[in-house]
Design a protein around this ligand. Structure first.
Ligand SMILES: [Fe+2]
Length: 295
């Protein structure tokens, strides 16, 4: 705990930690360092009862790096006026019936943000402004833990493989703006990344999957790629943290070591979240260290 701070880190189980007694609108340099070290260790960090303006959210986000522009979604980029680096995730429509945000109210399947890019964002954070009474929970899974459950032979096989991460569909299942629907993983738009990557700070290995739809193991025939992907995906829920949102919650996660998903919620309920993301400093790097944790 930094001198003069009451900041407290409370692990949430196999994945994630809640960081208590810190005001993110006036966070000190020492507190930021303590938050980063908890984040590298727990991959997902949760803060409750925050009161952040959009400027506060941007200032806190910038402690983690340069901000990445919002993704290109089916319904187009959505930002509050004057805040192009904030991405509105919402099902709410304005007085003209236009959606104020992206991703609607449906279920979002397991994914990591924008891994179809050559340099995917290092981190994302979501800040809750309005939430429905039920549904809309966000779950996170540990891709470090997934590796530890796999047989060693499978880990060894994956070490040399690359998986293509599809860029056609967003996490709500909508075709991204300007793209054409495609369901052939071999030819759809996307970027190959190593199947097992190494975290640039902690050096820990993590399985790197992006999303299941249109994923493709480079160099394999399609049926073999599908079989291998199904096998790998059976390990992704090894360690899961499910976040039940309250207004004022901020959740920060590592896109290199976790995936996330969202439960559907009542379309008539309102949910408004503001998201920022931190630009990836490099392409995901193939894990080189001995995977001692795998069995
Ligand atoms: Fe996402």
């Amino acid at each position: 705990m930094p001198a003069g701070s009451k900041l407290e880190v409370a692990p949430l189980g196999a994945l994630g930690a809640e960081i208590k007694a810190v005001d993110l609108a006036r966070v000190s340099v020492a507190e930021v360092e303590a938050i980063k070290s908890a984040w590298y260790r727990h991959d997902v960090v949760v803060f409750r009862n925050q009161r952040l303006t959009d400027d506060d959210l941007l200032a806190f986000s910038r402690h983690f790096g340069t901000l990445d522009p919002p993704p290109n979604q089916g319904a187009g980029r959505k930002s509050p006026p004057g805040y192009p680096d904030i991405y509105v995730v919402s099902n709410v429509r304005d007085e003209r019936g236009e959606p104020i945000g992206a991703l609607g109210d449906g279920e979002a399947l397991w994914h990591t943000d924008m891994s179809y890019a050559a340099h995917p964002p290092d981190a994302s954070m979501l800040y809750a402004l309005e939430i429905p009474a039920h549904g809309g929970d966000t779950s996170f899974c540990s891709m470090k833990a997934a590796l530890t459950r796999m047989p060693k032979s499978l880990v060894e096989r994956l070490r040399g493989l690359d998986i293509k991460h599809d860029g056609t569909y967003d996490s709500g299942g909508y075709v991204r703006k300007g793209l054409t629907a495609s369901d052939d993983p071999r030819t759809s738009v996307g970027t190959p990344h190593p199947a097992i990557i190494e975290h640039p700070v902690s050096g820990k290995p993590a399985l790197y999957l992006g999303r299941r739809r249109n994923a493709y193991v480079m160099g394999l025939d399609l049926a073999e790629s599908e079989r291998l992907l199904d096998q790998i995906w059976s390990y992704v829920e090894t360690a899961v943290y499910r976040h039940r949102w309250a207004v004022g919650d901020l959740v920060l996660w590592d896109n290199r070591t976790t995936m996330h998903r969202r439960d559907a919620f009542d379309p008539n309920a309102r949910r408004i979240m503001h998201r920022t993301q931190i630009k990836g400093s490099s392409a995901p790097k193939r894990a080189s260290m001995l995977l001692a944790t795998a069995q």
